[in-house]
Design a binder for this molecule. Structure first.
Ligand code: UD1
Ligand code: CA
Length: 428
């Protein structure tokens, strides 16, 4: 059994008022399109997939590394997209899973169950439906005696049909026979587009086996406007925090914390208010993240205390029992266990050894105007306040740097370095 997937993403996103295309907008830290691409790639039953796009969007897909795109031209509706797709050459698969690029499926079981049911019941057309308390904007499934009769778009609904709460998620599984019938879809008179949803009636007419599956997992919601994207994001954010809380993470004020979907947080982590945890962050057990901290693509060890107002940037690894205080920025650095950087510092492209203390206002000068260089600071070092450590430079174990020094040469172990001019007393 060969199954291909088709992700429809060629719409003009006229309802989404942004100069960035809708499917490249971020949802919980990832472009919208990535959700369904991942969903398909991870499903072992699906052999390959194509993304349907348009001439204008093509460059965005190319830039983001998508090669398997198919250009819909003209952009004439979801039915038009499939009509053009089937005309591109012989169809080699037994089934075609139609997905919408603007409708991310979060729970992978949804599609797995959907495929299983379609194959078990030997259906030609299976529509993934779901109950929604506010179905406005979606196509409705018209069902009689548990048989799907048709799908009717909001614009074409009668007053009674508008009350139907069973909606079309936009996901279809079509047998080869069924997808070929999309050539019979006629232009919708109201919208002057070809609706893929019309395939239900066409299939029934041709005596194909047509049915629907009701999604019983997390809701599958489409994004047409910025408002819808925001409310979907809120919903996913709220779910992420509920799941983390169940695993033993505590939030002071969960509504004010943003957490990307690919971040991991261990139990006994406490997160204060207004914290942003973006893209691939891993926080180990027992760590405290204080208010207004911004973490991105980094790992933080056990029993650390970070913030308030700390910024930990990509490529940073912080070992256990590290203390980072307010207004400290760390980038692409490794801080070993027991390090303390309590106040107003920049540590970039650096290694800091065990139990070293970084005084207030310490700056690693990692950039010489052309390239980034590394600072290596050993174990048990003490960097006095307001020091500049000019990279590339090595400070060996147990070195002591006097406050206000500018370190440009390697520092031997067990020494005190001072680059400060002597204090003068000038009489008035
Ligand atoms: C569509 C469905 C509706 C369903 C809803 C679920 C149709 C006619 N309507 O409505 O029943 O409840 O999704 O979210 O199918 N696209 C193309 N080419 C086109 C037009 C659209 O690839 O010519 C793509 C869009 O980029 C989008 C998807 O298809 O990713 C859906 O199109 P959209 O215009 O957003 O349809 P909806 O009005 O949301
Ligand atoms: Ca849509």
């Amino acid at each position: 059994m060969k199954i291909s997937a088709i992700i429809l993403s060629a719409g003009n996103s006229t309802r989404f008022k942004s100069s960035t295309p809708k499917v490249f907008q971020n949802l919980c830290g990832r472009p919208l399109i990535d959700f369904n691409v991942d969903l398909i790639r991870q499903n072992k039953k699906i052999n390959d997939f194509n993304i349907i796009t348009n001439k204008k969007l093509e460059k965005y897909f190319a830039k983001n590394g998508f090669q398997n795109t198919f250009i819909q031209n003209p952009v004439n509706g979801t039915g038009g997209a499939i009509q053009q797709y089937i005309n591109k050459g012989p169809l080699k698969s037994d089934y075609y899973l139609i997905c919408l690029g603007d409708t991310p499926v979060i729970n992978k079981k949804i599609i797995d169950d959907f495929i299983n049911q379609t194959i078990r019941k030997k259906l030609d057309i299976n529509v993934l439906g779901q109950q929604l308390s506010s179905p406005k904007g979606y196509g409705r499934l018209v069902v009689s005696k548990n048989n799907l009769i048709k799908i009717i778009e909001e614009k074409d609904c009668s007053v009674e049909e508008k009350n139907i709460s069973l909606i079309n998620t936009g996901f279809f599984l079509l047998s080869k026979k069924a997808i070929l019938l999309s050539k019979n879809i006629k232009k919708n008179i109201n919208k002057k587009e070809y609706y893929l949803t019309d395939l239900v009636e066409i299939g029934l007419d041709k005596k194909l086996k047509v049915s629907f599956t009701v999604n019983k997992y997390e809701k599958v919601l489409g994004v047409n406007t910025i408002e819808e994207l925001q409310s979907l994001e809120q919903e996913i954010q709220s779910n992420i925090k509920i799941q983390l809380t169940k695993k033993g993470v505590r939030f002071e004020n969960p509504a004010t914390t943003f957490i990307s979907m690919n971040s991991k947080i261990d139990k006994d982590v406490y997160i204060e208010s207004n914290v942003v945890i973006k893209n691939n962050v891993f926080i180990n057990k027992g760590t405290l993240i204080k208010a207004f901290t911004y973490l991105e693509d980094c790992e933080i060890g056990k029993e650390c205390s970070i913030g308030p107002f700390a910024r930990i940037r990509p490529g940073t690894l912080i070992d256990n029992n590290v203390k980072i205080g307010n207004f400290v920025e760390i980038k692409k650095s490794h801080l070993k266990s027991g390090v303390k950087a309590g106040h107003l510092s920049y540590i970039g492209d650096s290694n800091v050894g065990k139990n070293s203390n970084i005084g207030a206002g310490t700056i690693t000068c990692n950039y010489d105007g052309k390239k980034k260089n590394r600072c290596i600071i050993g174990d048990n070092c003490f960097i006095g306040s307001n020091s500049s450590i000019v990279a590339p430079v090595k400070i060996l174990n147990k070195a002591y740097i006097g406050a206000g020094s500018v370190i440009t040469k390697d520092v031997p172990a067990n020494t005190l370095s001072l680059t400060r001019i002597k204090q003068k007393f000038i009489k008035k």
